[in-house]
Design a protein around this ligand. Sequence first.
Ligand code: AGP
Length: 611
Amino acid sequence: MCGIVGAVAQRPIADILIEGLRRLEYRGYDSAGLAVIDPVTQQLRCIKTAGKVQALSDAEHAAPAHGVVGIAHTRWATHGKPEVRNAHPQVSGSSIAIVHNGIIENFQEIKQELCAEGYQFASDTDTEVIAHLIHKIWQRERRDFFGCVRQVVARLSGAYGLAVINSEQPDSIIVARSGSPIVIGVGIGENFIASDPSALGQVTDRFIYLEEDDIAEVTRDKITIYNGTAPVNRETVRLHLDNDEVLKGHYRHYMQKEIFEQPDVVKNTLQGRISKTQILEQSFGVAAKAFLDKAKSVQIVACGTSYHAGMVAKSWIETIAGLPCGVDIASEYRYRKVLVPQDCLFITISQSGETADTLAALRYAKTLGYAGFFTVCNVANSSLVRESDVALMTFAGREIGVASTKAFTTQLAVLAVLAVALAKRRGLSAAQEKDYVKDLNQLPQTIVDTLALDADIKQLSNDFGEKHHALFLGRGVQYPVAKEGALKLKEISYIHAEAYPAGELKHGPLALVDADMPVIAVAPNNELLEKLKSNLQEVSARGGQLYVFAHREAGFQNNAGLSVLNMPHCSKFLEPIIYTIPLQLLAYHVAVLRGTDVDRPRNLATSLTVE
Ligand code: AGP
């Protein structure tokens, strides 16, 4: 989603703000802007541009913004088109500027009220109402600007992380959080704010995370935080943000780098969680044991790629651990009536830990009587981590490409360990445990072997350059893999792609199959292979072009209508992880071929902090 940066310093801050926005650009990138207070004239100076942060940087270099206090924003449009007038900061009068992540649900009502009082709106954003409302109260009271913003925030419903400056009170930034994260970066004689600490890695390693409904006044040497009417203290944490991590190295795109990091990050994620023969359950933390002992069923909730990980986990938990497991899309779960069985463990899965729908689902679930709340998450200190009883961290490192890759495989690595841990409570023998753990220990090397198919997959991708549609097929636990493959292809290459359990083809989608519809299938050598082969015959018989990622002993032969790519041998248990990798590579190479912006596909963002 959108990204926020701000600084209250004694030195020029325009470059700090722009560098912070660059680091947040993975969150939103359709327009950008900054506002600073000139220390000499005490005037507000605002620059906004459509498009990526580079455009803002060019504009600022052409006409530098002198200022030591300021805020900046990179936007992912929700209300109003991605145009300059809708970019943030939104300004009211000549002194108030605001940047905002999230959605204000009662903005129409406030807008009507403000219009009736003579305020004119220059944008289509919900954010502009906040700027004018603050302006209105400030004009009336002319004192205690922090108090004015607190009054305004109390009127807002919806989700927000926001930052406000006032050139008539030029030594502070006011920030507030409700449903959308804000951190304060602590400096020496200067302080910073951002929606994500990664924006501030170049200026500090000390951070204060605002909690829900916190509002803070940040000056150069003081940070005052309120929650409701009471001042509160929040812990300062030290984060080592590895700047090298955000560099692409020799890779052409972050997504490519992240695909090739998978052997290492999966290994990191498994380290300490398995020995040569056993699951090391104590690595889940002391709190986890009681919840796992108690669990008689599991409910998983997630979005997008993380939801696909949940679908695979459902299959593992049911087949390996013998526990019933439900899996829901968070945006649906949060609005449906849910019947909770006794002793059901609730698990969210999320790369960012800030996805608004998943967070809302967790909060809803907390009202329903689950036995405990786990999250499988990649970002320490994120909202999901802080609001769950147990966090099972994936150690994927920062994922910058919008198309999720290494987050997915590390989520599956954690969920595989969790499934075995649950199975141990339900009669899994030591020998069976040892087999599963052996498979997990081999996983990083099998990923290396799979990545060796890159050149062949690149070659294959040439067939997709001119296509408009594609079908992905899988059966059983490979169906979510097919879904993940289709999601990857559509989001970065803009080719319309759908996934089906292969047996479902004849119930409708087969009508779409012709020579122009590539059909991609994942075909490990499992108990559903023969069924899958019959389904693929249905495609061949209709002139469809098949691309099959198959176990080398699955018995597929290349021919005019069938391209086979032989996969390295891997355990049945971990096939969903391994068979996802060629689909990531295929999507990547097709997108490169089609010349799309691979790391920042249109209309998308990495962390969706709005509903
Ligand atoms: C897929 O490539 C996307 N990045 C998207 O589907 C993502 O998985 C989804 O928005 C959920 O995000 P989360 O894992 O951060 O909660």
